[in-house]
Structures are given as structure tokens and as C-alpha cells.
Design a protein around this ligand. Sequence first.
Ligand SMILES: [Zn+2]
Length: 260
Amino acid sequence: MRIFDIHTHPILMGSGAKPEEIKQLYTEGKALGIVGMNSLGDVSFYGHCPDAGQCAKINDGNGHLQRLFPDFFTSFCHLNPTLGERVVMKEAERCVTNFNSKGIKLEKTNNASASCMKHIAKAAREFNLPVLQHTWTVHGIAGRRVPRSIQSDPTDTATFARRHPEVKVIMAHLTGFGFRGIAEVKHLPNVSIDTSAGYPEEGLIEYAVEQLGADRVYYGSDLPIREQSVTIGRILGARITPKDRQKILYDNAAILLGLN
Ligand SMILES: [Zn+2]
């Protein structure tokens, strides 16, 4: 079974960038059937609101991984929409040109319903990139720890997707947004979800497949914050068809990112 992990942070809080560490990650991944990883960068290293130079350094980290294992790593570029249109467009263009960035990664610089998100929509349209938005329910304990101004509830990610139906949105962190998050985006065909972060919960994968269809679900781990063995296990253990399982683990990402 081929597996592609759409949500990883091989370099996190400054560690993991040594060639021997990256080689170990590659070897361990291969042992689990992972044929590729999409790096989203060391997005929290400079705090919640990295400036233009810091965003560039985060994205250069992805380039470093891709230089070492070009057939294994793809990447999304990390952008900070609060820095304005000029900065967003310039960095998106640099990442597409230098690293063949396959998407845009948004973390906690702002709420997904904020007006500055129009710059992200513009970059997504111009460079034909999907937008992966960190999303977590604000009603849970983990969600409440972060102020709503920078924490995107599934309602907020849905608002962004509704305003920009031409933009493909990947709402990250299935366990984080849960059953309600799935319901929030069910009728928004431009929204898919990833299964990263938060340990498995009974019935969630099955509910996502039933409500959204397997075509709208991507396997992701949030490595190294979560274990790949556990996060793959939640897909393998779900009561879904083998065809849907393969879509989630590999096929959907292969289509979206143009793998092979
Ligand atoms: Zn993540």
C-alpha cells in the first residue's frame, strides 16, 4: 500500500534539519510504506506572526529537505496574510519558482475569516495552489488556549471557503475540528480535510467519508507532533472500503499534487 503524508513538519522548532536526521525520517517513513511527505515548514519557530524574512527562512527549510531527497519531499509555502498583498504575492512567487511549492500553508497569524485572507485567495488563484488552513474547534480546551483572533474555528475556515469558492481549501486537523467541523464544510465542495493531529477518535474517519466522500479526505500525520504509525493506523482500522482507504492514503494527494 502506497502512502503519502500531506501534513508534516520534518523541521520543527529548529531541530530535524541535519542530513542524518532527514535520512532517518526518510528511512522510517519508507518502512511504513510512505512514498512521499509534504513539508509545511517550521511554522511556529518565530511565534505566531513571522515577518517577511522569517517566512522566507521557514520556506527555505522546505527547500533544504527537497534538495536532499527531491523524490520524497514536496512542500507548501508558509505565508502571513497580515503582511499585505505585496509581501504575500512576492513570497508565493519565490516559493513556486524555487521550490515548486504545491500549495499554501496557513497557521495562526490571523483568523481565517479575516479580510486579509483576500491576499491568500489572490495568490492561490494566480499560482493555482490549494490552501491548507490550520483549524481547531474553539470550544474545546486546546482551542480555547489560543485567542480567537488567531485560532480558526471550522466556522471561520468555512467562511473563507464560502467567500472564495474558486479556491481549493484543505481544513487541517480532523480530531481538532471533529464531527461539527465536518458538518460545517459538508456543503462546500471546494473544502477537503486532512486527518492530521489529535489522536484517533472512534467513528471520525467513517463519519468524514460518509458525509464528504473519500475524495475529500487526505491522510496527514502532523509529524513529529504525532506518530505516523498511529495516524496511519487510524486509517487502516477505519470501517471503510479498501478503495476509499487507498484514496485517503495516497490517491487523492497524487491527483492534487500531481505526483509521478
Ligand atoms: Zn501541522
